[in-house]
Design a protein around this ligand. Sequence first.
Ligand code: ATP
Ligand code: MG
Length: 394
Amino acid sequence: MNYDYIMIRYGEIGTKGKNKKDFINCLYNNIKNAFKQYKQLTFSNKYDRLYIELNGCDYRELYPTLEMISGISSFSPVYFVEKDIEVLKETFKKIIREIDFKSFKVDARRADKNFPLESMKINTEIAGVILKNKKVNVDVHNPEIKFSIEVRNEGIYIYHEKHLGIGGYPLGVGGKALVLLSGGIDSPVACFEMMKRGVTIECIHFASFPYTSKASEEKVLDLVHKLNVLQTNIKLHIIPFTKLQEAIYEHVDESYAITIMRRMMYRISELVAKRNNCLALVTGESIGQVASQTLNSMQVINEVTNMVVLRPLACFDKLEIIDIAKKIDTYDISIKPFEDCCTIFTPKNPVTKPRLETVINFENKFNYQELIDEIMGKIETITINNKEKENEYL
Ligand code: ATP
Ligand code: MG
């Protein structure tokens, strides 16, 4: 028996007061968009649930995408029948023929109070049919399989599988942020965490040709392609950082180079963010992970901007970050060897407690503003979407 629909639940956003309608519409459009290449699917929005009508499409094909759409709390493939107890019983005879189980429970809910049978009565009637047609037992506490029956105005939905979504809010309801994306493990995970909260992203990457290779840039492009599963069009701004970095190493004591380089990154990121209407900067920093990520360092680095800087991984352990990177499939790309603009110029003893006065003295030794202005005229911006990648492989 083929499933008729996938029923989608959206948990958290259902509690969002007067924004609720906008949130649901946004999720509805995101789902439609994600499956636009599946011409046979149709979509509907009814009573706190969204439905995808399968029209013969293999429901399992849709799972990986549904598992990556923010705002979905869970989903189930469902059978749909008319509101008639005899039809319901006949349907159950067919369903149980196709699946193996030893114990079960029936859980009926009657949202449509005009349906003549109460929930308890539906439970006993259907349990009776199952017991009569298969050698199985009822187990209300620990059943191997739970058949859920929802009687609604439009008909009856039946399901026994429930898959978890990633939760969060639908992409697009939370404004836009600019993520500082390196080729490492952390920053793609930071992108994911932002998108999960409904925030659309653009990315900025600092490249140091010829110290960093074309392969490093390709790696960043590959990472953004992976993130396309959540957001279809992602802008990537590539910053030619070399001249400014060389100037830093010429004028700044080695132990302060990273601190100052990061301040320059923040300054440039702020300009790019404002130019592109991004409301916040985002990094993959995690407290204490490296010298530039102590609270002391972060404070001195952050001092150059009054934009909101979000660090979704601030309190994550590396292992937790790696788990998420594997889930979103960026891990294997991130661990490929590459040269990051930071790793190339890594000093032996970076300060962990930089002093702001010292930082400012070093910065006054050269005209960094002129170099930043020059960079701002040479930014390369690419928009990355799934389609491009498909074409690349053709
Ligand atoms: P990641 O795995 O993201 O590279 P990391 O632990 O290696 O993180 P750092 O290299 O110190 O940490 O960088 C901290 C953060 O600074 C990164 O998560 C990223 O947001 C930003 N960043 C570092 N290098 C770059 C770069 N070349 N371009 C853009 N952002 C960068
Ligand atoms: Mg890095």
